[in-house]
Ligand binder design. Structure first.
Ligand code: PLP
Length: 441
């Protein structure tokens, strides 16, 4: 019988049977290496016994307690653990079930904070091009319930964008602090162009995700955007949906630069693929101001449910118990060096970038000009398919505004060993050989 399911498109992929560690098996028995942790989600690997046990234990007690009826011990514990990992003064945790909900929550809390401070004119949220922050922002604009939507008008308005700091494309040295200032200046210029009093927030992925292919900000950038936001009274949102949770070799991506935002979103590795789970973490003063002004007009039915929170707690405990952040840093360095070495073999690899086990490489026609491969080659899907046939899962996106350019994320679970990196590299090299032959490169 034809499947009743659909997603963005028809995906002729086999059905999953089981998964363990970094491996997955389809129902024919074929084995795959999960070289992208799904969509950079299964950070501690599949079927972790401690997480499964914690979920079983919680299921025996309760799986749902509506937040207006009960606090739950499971959500209190996870909030404590999460806040303990955050910069000073960021102790307020708001649970959701995914990344888009987490981002949406930051935008709405920021807006209500501005309203509470009598700054109704501040509604613009500056972001970067390219960037990805989730799929739901428009949903509220078609919600027919004014008490919940009115505070956030106008919505679905084109929001200002500045270029992401892609130094490697612009021929700039990412290690030179002048490069960081160059890109951060674009934020200041945009704020001035828009009118500082109208700007509510700036949202940034500290280490880029799928849209930029693990873009690492240039030296000085993260500190400078913090200063600019402070100068103009603009909230800084770190979208750590993908970069949070330890994959980069620090718990937060921004920990590499020691900068603190006003609001954080996290998901993906937070639930580790065991449960749909996300969170917004906010500066205490922001939350207190909004609560004093009448409350936060936002929430989701499943938010903070005890099963998800018990799993989230077990995921964090496993990350610490097994030293997975440290492993991401060391095994990530090894994987990065192996990917860099591929550049000697394949002239069509133009760049390798990332932090820890959030790594990507980009294919180009010319490494000097960084001209992308011809779109007709469909490299982003062909290489993924060839690798998939060989039993290696990697994740790809078109890099340059969706028209051309291809990058690939190689982000295996944080439990990956050096030996398993060798296994990944053997399959990836075989896939690149086949792709090069097919594409005539
Ligand atoms: N923010 C970032 C940085 C992401 O990478 C993603 C998903 O890829 C999202 C938000 C949206 O998360 P979700 O797909 O869980 O809604």
């Amino acid at each position: 019988m034809a499947s009743k399911l659909f997603y963005q498109s028809r995906l002729p992929r086999p059905a999953l049977d089981r998964a363990e560690g970094i491996y997955m098996w389809d129902i024919s028995g074929k084995r795959y290496i999960d070289g992208s942790s799904g969509a950079m989600v299964s950070n501690i690997g599949h079927s972790n016994p401690a997480v499964l046990q914690a979920m079983r234990d919680q299921m025996e007690k309760s799986t749902f307690g509506y937040r207006l009826h009960f606090q739950t011990e499971a959500s209190e514990i996870l909030a404590e653990k999460t806040a303990a990992l955050c910069p000073d003064g960021m102790n307020r945790v708001f649970f959701v079930s995914g990344g888009s909900e987490a981002v949406e929550s930051t935008l709405k809390l920021a807006r209500q904070y501005a309203l509470a401070k009598g700054q109704a004119q501040r509604f613009k949220v500056i972001s970067r091009m390219p960037s990805y922050h989730g799929s739901t922002l428009g949903a509220l604009s078609v919600t027919g319930y004014a008490p919940l939507s009115a505070p956030f008008e106008p919505m679905m308005q084109h929001m200002p964008k500045i270029p992401a700091p892609r130094a490697y494309l612009d021929g700039l040295d990412a290690d030179d602090p002048a490069t960081g200032l160059h890109y951060a200046d674009m934020l200041e210029q945009k704020i001035l162009d828009e009118g500082p009093d109208t700007v509510l927030a700036f949202i940034v992925e500290p280490v880029g995700g799928a849209s930029t292919g693990a873009l690492v900000p240039p030296a000085g950038y993260m500190q400078r955007i913090r200063d600019i936001c402070d100068t103009y009274g603009i909230l800084l949102i770190h979208d750590e949906v993908m970069s949070g949770g330890g994959r980069t070799g620090r718990f937060w991506g921004a920990d590499h630069w020691g900068t603190a935002p006003d609001l954080i979103s996290i998901s993906k590795g937070f639930g580790g693929g065991y449960v749909p789970l996300g969170a917004m973490i906010a500066r205490d003063e922001i939350v207190e101001t909004v609560l004093d002004a009448g409350g936060f007009a936002h929430g989701h039915t499943y938010a903070g449910n005890p099963l998800a929170c018990a799993a989230g707690t077990a995921v964090i405990d496993e990350i610490h118990r097994a030293g997975l952040i440290e492993n991401s840093a060391t095994v990530g360095k090894y994987l990065e060096s192996r990917l860099n070495a591929l550049m000697n073999r394949y002239p069509f690899i133009g760049d390798v970038r990332g932090k820890g086990l959030l790594l990507a490489f980009e294919l180009v026609a010319d490494r000097v000009t960084m001209e992308p491969l011809p779109p007709g080659l469909n490299a982003h899907s062909r290489l993924v398919d060839i690798a998939y046939d060989k039993g290696l899962i990697i994740y790809s996106r078109r890099t340059r505004g969706g028209l051309s350019g291809d990058h690939f994320l190689v982000c295996p679970p944080m439990i990956t060993t050096q030996g398993q990196v060798d296994e990944i590299m053997e399959m990836l090299t075989a896939a690149l050989d086949d792709f090069a032959a097919e594409a005539g490169l």
